[in-house]
Write a protein that binds this ligand. Structure first.
Ligand code: DHK
Length: 155
């Protein structure tokens, strides 16, 4: 049976493409969604792709994912990375394997971005690869939940 993963995006990621492109690049959130769907397909995974500027909505989606028996979560917590005990608690409460991703290398940026509450509960953390961080996050989650890459016919 096809497993489902949730890809959740935090605040301001709706502005990808126009938001500080020298840091976040020129790809839009729609481009990220396409990349996630293509990557997940390689592992025969279905994707629920969401973005919210509200902490509570992101938390509600963790509980929805649990209730719908999702196999795991790829989360870019964005600005909530450094502040949200509540999002960390959502990981603990749902016990869903969660991979934290960031587009930029948060450790090479301002000091206040270095500390992540989310990392305390995440199974893995990927940052600094541009939007490719999402593809790497999905591949890592796939391996963790035993979703094997689909074999392609050789020519
Ligand atoms: C995105 C944000 O919105 C910032 O608040 C984080 C993260 C970095 C990213 O690189 O994807 O500090």
């Amino acid at each position: 049976m096809t497993k489902t993963i949730y890809v959740l995006n935090g605040p301001n990621l709706n502005s990808l493409g126009t938001r500080e492109p020298e840091k976040y690049g020129h790809s839009t959130l729609a481009d990220v969604e396409k990349l996630c769907r293509e990557t997940a397909k390689r592992f025969d995974l279905a994707v629920e792709f969401r973005q919210s500027n509200r902490e509570g909505e992101l938390i509600d989606w963790f509980h929805e994912a649990k209730q719908k028996q999702a196999a795991g979560i790829v989360l870019n917590p964005a600005g909530y990375t450094t502040t949200s005990v509540a999002l960390l608690d959502a990981i603990y409460a749902t016990q869903l394997p969660t991979i934290e991703v960031h587009i930029t290398n948060i450790h090479a940026r301002e000091e206040f971005r270095h500390h992540s509450y989310i990392s305390k509960g995440a199974k893995g953390v990927i940052c600094g690869f541009g939007i490719e961080s999402y593809a790497l996050g999905i591949a890592g989650l796939a391996s963790m939940i035993g979703a094997k890459p689909k074999t392609t016919a050789k020519s």
